[in-house]
Design a protein around this ligand. Structure first.
Ligand code: ZN
Length: 99
């Protein structure tokens, strides 16, 4: 599904979960790059690239990291709302100037 966020920003990586997963285009698998307290990479692999599935792994295995991701994603969502309002205000201004 292409979201409005993706259309507006042109970014594929719409979620902060991608800071902790790397996607292999050849195998179509995502690998968890979260480091444990010894500095070892988790290395968990998941087929596909559904951020909701990736988040479930983070939530289950790396709850401390999940808090960061969740907070950051919510912030991004609110940024989009602000951007949309800005766009609307600009469009209204242009209409007024045109008439
Ligand atoms: Zn992991």
């Amino acid at each position: 599904m292409t979201t409005l966020v993706q259309l507006l920003s042109g970014r594929k990586k719409e979620s902060s979960v991608w800071d902790y997963f790397s996607h292999n285009a050849i195998t179509n698998k995502c690998r968890c790059t979260v480091l444990d307290d010894k500095g070892d990479e988790c290395g968990f692999e998941m087929a596909g690239k559904k951020t909701s599935n990736l988040k479930l792994h983070i939530k289950a295995k790396h709850p401390a990291v999940f808090i960061f991701i969740d907070k950051d994603d919510k912030r991004k969502q609110s940024d989009v709302t602000v951007n949309k309002q800005t766009c609307k205000i600009k469009a209204d201004d242009m209409e007024e100037q045109g008439s």
